[in-house]
Design a protein around this ligand. Structure first.
Ligand code: BTN
Length: 267
């Protein structure tokens, strides 16, 4: 199965694509390459990962050839104080890229799970690495492109795939990457233009974010928090209204307390 990026020619960033049929983890591969001089624009795609990494120290598994498993090396130095928004930019860029393939609206469950309705379509893991005085980000995405119903059922949580394997052409992963990479680099560049850009980006994120307005429970490293998700703050953190007042959550796992229709009726 080949991945090609022929049509990406007009980016400021030079793209270098590495395609592996099997790798431990595309994120880890790039993290290992940073001290060896890897540059912004390195893109690593794999058909299969033997030690895929998920958020919050979880593992990430996907059947061979059925997902877009991709990591991109991005220099976040231009973002300066907006660094914390870097990971949300990845989610918005990927959601936009997936739109034409998706059998429904692609939303983001905070911080950046890609969802269709209540089902997870993909996940994003951004891992930071310092170099000199700056910060590089390894932006990893695992998107369910052509999973069988049997594989989806095995995950144990509601999950969805873009295309039934019987209808996949084999070109989908290339096309998604071709749409995603320009958006990712353009959105990072746009965000580096200061405070107005931050406001515009946050509005874009909010309109994609299906967590806002919902009753949630968040599993934190230190326990759990229950309340209503009310906003995203200027740093990309989730504001949650609880019985004790408003809490700011910077990282954690959101669980929806009730199905979306109940939440909409209560608003
Ligand atoms: C999540 O837990 O939702 C995030 C999953 C991110 C998985 C992707 S697959 C490509 C990249 N390489 C990894 O090891 N993980 C990310």
């Amino acid at each position: 199965m080949s991945i090609n990026l022929r049509s990406i020619t007009d980016l400021d960033v030079k793209i270098r694509l590495v395609h592996s049929s099997e790798i431990h983890s595309t994120n880890r591969y790039i993290l290992d390459q940073i001290p060896l001089g890897a540059r912004e624009g390195l893109v690593v795609v794999a058909d299969y990962q033997s030690a895929g990494r998920g958020r919050l120290d979880r593992s990430w598994q996907a059947p061979r050839g059925a997902s877009l498993l991709a990591s991109v090396l991005v220099d976040l130095e231009p973002l300066g104080e907006l660094l914390s928004l870097g990971s949300l930019v990845v989610g918005v860029s990927m959601a936009d890229a997936l739109e034409p393939f998706a059998p429904g609206e692609v939303t983001l469950k905070w911080p950046n799970d890609l969802m269709i309705g209540e089902k997870k379509l993909g996940g994003i893991l951004v891992e930071m690495s310092s170099y000199g005085a700056g910060t590089m980000a390894v932006c990893g995405s695992g998107i369910n492109v052509s999973w069988s119903a049997a594989d989806l059922n095995q995950i144990g949580r509601p999950a969805v795939s873009l295309i039934d394997p019987g209808f996949a052409t084999g070109e989908e992963r290339s096309v998604i990457l071709q749409r995603y990479l320009p958006r990712l680099f353009e959105n990072i560049q746009a965000l580096s233009r200061g405070a107005h850009a931050r406001g515009r980006f946050l509005d874009q994120y909010r309109s994609r974010c299906s967590t806002l307005g919902r009753e949630i429970r968040i599993e934190l490293r230190s326990g759990e928090l229950v309340g209503r998700a009310i906003d995203i703050d200027a740093d990309g953190a989730l504001k949650v209204a609880t019985k004790q007042g408003t809490e700011i959550v910077r990282s954690g796992d959101v669980v929806y307390a009730r199905p979306v229709n109940d939440a909409a009726r209560d608003r």
